[in-house]
Design a binder for this molecule. Structure first.
Ligand code: PHE
Ligand code: FE
Length: 296
C-alpha cells in the first residue's frame, strides 16, 4: 500500500489552501512500491503517451524517450539522474510533497528538482489535487533535459530566493509566473499549439482541452500580464500563455524584477479568464467570459 505522507501545515495561495509536508529529502523507497503502484504508473504512462504525440512539443516527447522512462515500472530516480546529470546537471531529489517556498526555490537554484516519492491510488487516476510521483516525474522532469529550460528554472529558483525578501505580493506574482509557464505553458511550434507545462502534460483531460478546446483564451506570453493573472487549481485553465521558444522565457525574465514587483503592486490583478485590450490574443475563448468592461 501507499504510505501516508506526513502533513505539517497548510499555506494559503491563489489556488486555495495547499498542504505543506515535511521538508527533508527522502531516499526513494523503490523496493517498497507495490504491484498496484507500478500498475498505476503503467496505466498513466501509457495513456499520456497516447495523448501527447501531436499535442506536446517535440522537445518534451524526445526527452522522455532519451531518459528511457518506460511503462513497465516506476522509474528509479538514481537511473534518471545519470541521464539528467549528463544532459544539464540537474538532479531529482525525493520529497514527501509540496515544500515551503524558500526550500523549493533553494532546490531549484541548485539544480535539484523535488519529486514526490509516492504515487496516487487507482481511484485517483483521473484527478488528484496535489502533486504525486506521476505528475512530478512524467511532467516536470523531461523539460529539465533541455539546456535552455533547465537554465530558466535555475534562474527562477534564484529569483525566488531573492523575492523572499520582498514579501507576499512578490511571491504571489512569482507563483503565477511558475503556474503559467512551468505548469500550464503552451508553445507555438511550427505554427501549432503545443504543450510544455507539466500540469497539462500529466493530465489526459487538460492535454486535449489546452490545445483543442475553443473555451480557453490563448494569449501571447507577456511577463507582467502573467504576474497579474490569478489562477485556479480546481478546474482546467481559462487562459493559457503561449511562448515561441524556451529562449523567450530566459530573455523575458532576465531583467531585475525589483521594479516590476513595485509597479505591479499598484495595479489590479486580472481574473483567470480575463482579457485585456492590450493582450495579443492568439485564440479567443468561447467560454464564459470576463472583459475589462465587465465587473472587476
Ligand atoms: N530576473 C529575476 C529577478 O531579478 C529573477 C527571475 C528569473 C525570476 C527567471 C523568474 C524567472 O528577480
Ligand atoms: Fe507541478
Amino acid at each position: 500500500m501507499n504510505a501516508q505522507p506526513r502533513r505539517l501545515e497548510n499555506i494559503q495561495t491563489d489556488r486555495g489552501s495547499v498542504p505543506v509536508y515535511t521538508t527533508g529529502i527522502v531516499e526513494q523507497p523503490w523496493n517498497d512500491y507495490s504491484d498496484v503502484d507500478h500498475d498505476v504508473w503503467r496505466r498513466l504512462y501509457e495513456r499520456q503517451r497516447n495523448v501527447l504525440p501531436g499535442r506536446a512539443c517535440d522537445a518534451f516527447l524526445h526527452a522522455q524517450d532519451t531518459m528511457r522512462m518506460t511503462p513497465d515500472r516506476i522509474p528509479k530516480f538514481s537511473e534518471l539522474n545519470k541521464v539528467l546529470g549528463d544532459a544539464t546537471g540537474w538532479q531529482i531529489v525525493g520529497v514527501e510533497g509540496l515544500l515551503p517556498e524558500l526550500d523549493f526555490f533553494t532546490h531549484l537554484a541548485n539544480r535539484r528538482f523535488p519529486v514526490t516519492w509516492w504515487i496516487r491510488r487507482p481511484d485517483q487516476i483521473d484527478y488528484i489535487a496535489e502533486p504525486d510521483l506521476f505528475h512530478d516525474l512524467f511532467g516536470h522532469v523531461p523539460p529539465l533535459m533541455d539546456p535552455t529550460f533547465a537554465d530558466y528554472l535555475v534562474a527562477y529558483g534564484e529569483g525566488g530566493v531573492k523575492a523572499h525578501g520582498f514579501g507576499p505580493d512578490a511571491l504571489m506574482q512569482l507563483a503565477r509566473l511558475y503556474w503559467y509557464t512551468v505548469e500550464f505553458g503552451l508553445m507555438r511550434e511550427n505554427g501549432q499549439m503545443r504543450i510544455y507545462g507539466a500540469g497539462i502534460a500529466s493530465s489526459a483531460g487538460e492535454s486535449v482541452h489546452s490545445v483543442e478546446s475553443a473555451a480557453p483564451n490563448r494569449i501571447a506570453f507577456d511577463l507582467e500580464r502573467i504576474m497579474r493573472t490569478r489562477y485556479r487549481i480546481d478546474s482546467y485553465q481559462k487562459t493559457y500563455f503561449v511562448i515561441d521558444s524556451y529562449e523567450q522565457l530566459i530573455e523575458a525574465t532576465r531583467p531585475d524584477f525589483a521594479p516590476i514587483y513595485a509597479r505591479l503592486a499598484m495595479q489590479p490583478t486580472v481574473p483567470a479568464g480575463g482579457v485585456l485590450e492590450t493582450d495579443a490574443v492568439l485564440q479567443h475563448g468561447s467560454g464564459e467570459g470576463w472583459s475589462a468592461e465587465g465587473d472587476v
